[in-house]
Design a protein around this ligand. Structure first.
Ligand code: AMP
Length: 404
């Protein structure tokens, strides 16, 4: 039995059932069997619109129930046995496997077959499955193109395209592969994209491949009464730096970044300066005068970004800023709350982002307990997220790992 895994804010207490959304009684019954009783908010909105065939951009966090939101309308609309009609592209193998396991759970009812084309495993079993002309392909872009190149997979009859985690799929690393796949697809199709964030340059690219897409924003309103939006970026230890750079690029307002070590502060200073950002830093190797100047230049707007180690920042009157970034989890809950409070003063709104690794899960839980709600998990463009332990639909615990 399904034992959970849905973040609290997505649990739907609405009286609506899946059949109210336009799904057949058989599919609704099959969903019950895997303990999907009520649709989540994203499913509530996406399923009826997707059944009508419109292109959609869904802004949704990991864990919001988007897999079912895009899979169910496809299962409802496809007629089996006509070759591959739906393609779901995912940035990581693990995400692809999760979608595949959802489709598998419903296969006895939908009678629609699917194949999962991911790298790192043998081609042969995938080729054998492809010979049976599966109705749905779930794939990471590289392996899909490999198959298309060898003519073992055909995607020229795809009528439904899903880009999961589109912000990753359309960033520079993946973009050439995605463009190649899009060239091979029929233009007459329904396209759905889901993304945790939608930076404007990605939004522009996304819209080029869609026809009058409807945008639906399901991101939980992370803002507290004080107007602070909390965001948590869980990454692999080696991706911490890339994540920091990505966040600085994404958020354009005045930014205060807290770091534990001065070596990180110096590294970030050099890196950001090289990339043309107006940045200064304060840590224990800087003189008192330099620290005062650094603060003053942030306050006056001469500098946009200030890097500060904990020690240097403690007890100092930090000016009002739009974005706080914790590079590494703060040492205590109080410190987290205090730092977050540096932003969103008065009526202003601000963002408090934390970049952390799986090693900080316990600290994350403590902060969440203090805030009384989960820290929304977010992903930074170009940075593969560390995805936490999840429960499969069959209730077996698995660890989602970085696989690409
Ligand atoms: P996803 O965002 O698609 O990865 O879904 C997150 C988790 O929520 C997965 O463990 C799903 O199996 C579960 N889930 C999604 N939709 C529902 C629902 N309507 N009822 C119960 N669980 C759900």
């Amino acid at each position: 039995m399904f034992t959970g895994g849905l973040p609290q804010e997505n649990v739907c207490s609405a009286d609506r059932s899946f059949s109210d959304l336009g799904l057949s009684p058989r599919l609704t019954e099959a969903l019950r069997e895997i303990s999907f009783f009520n649709p989540t908010p994203i499913q509530n909105e996406v399923i009826p619109r997707a059944l009508e065939g419109v292109d959609l951009i869904g802004l949704a966090q990991t864990g919001s129930g988007k897999t079912a939101a895009f899979s169910l309308p496809i299962l409802a609309r496809i007629e089996g046995g006509r070759g591959t009609q739906a393609l779901v592209l995912c940035p990581t193998r693990e995400i692809a496997l999760q979608t595949k396991s959802f489709l598998d759970a419903l296969e006895p009812t939908s009678q629609l077959s699917s194949v999962c084309l991911i790298g790192g495993v043998k081609m042969e079993p995938q080729i054998s499955k492809l010979r049976t002309k599966p109705d749905i392909i779930v794939a990471t872009p590289g392996r899909l193109l490999d198959h298309v190149g060898r003519r073992t997979a055909r995607i020229d009859r795809v009528r439904y395209l899903v880009l999961d985690e589109a912000d990753h799929m359309l960033d520079l690393g993946f973009l050439p592969q995605i463009l190649r796949v899009l060239e091979l697809l029929p233009t007459e199709r329904q396209t759905m994209m889901f993304s945790a964030t939608m930076p404007s340059q990605i939004d522009r690219i996304a819209r080029r491949f869609m026809s009058e897409p409807e945008q639906i924003d399901f991101r939980p309103d992370g803002r507290t009464a004080e107007g602070i939006e909390h965001r948590l970026y869980l990454v692999q230890p080696e991706s911490m730096r890339a994540c920091l750079i990505s966040l600085v690029e994404q958020e354009q307002g005045s930014t205060l970044i807290f770091l534990r070590r001065k070596v990180d502060a110096e590294w970030a200073y050099k890196q950001l300066k090289k990339e043309g950002h107006k940045v200064d830093r304060m840590h224990s190797d800087r003189s008192q005068r330099q620290r005062v100047e650094a603060l003053a230049s942030l306050r006056s707007g001469k500098k946009r970004i200030l890097l500060a180690t904990n020690v240097a920042a403690r007890g100092i009157d930090i000016p009002v800023i739009e974005h706080i970034i914790n590079y590494g989890i703060p040492e205590s809950v109080e410190e987290y709350v205090h730092r977050a409070g540096r932003t969103a003063r008065g009526d202003a709104e601000g963002v408090a982002s934390t970049i952390a690794t799986w090693k900080s899960k316990e600290e994350v839980r403590m902060i969440e307990r203090a805030l009384g709600r989960p820290l929304p998990r977010c992903t930074a463009p170009g940075v593969e997220p560390y995805v936490e332990r999840k429960t499969t639909i069959r209730g077996r615990k698995i660890r989602r790992r970085r696989l690409l």
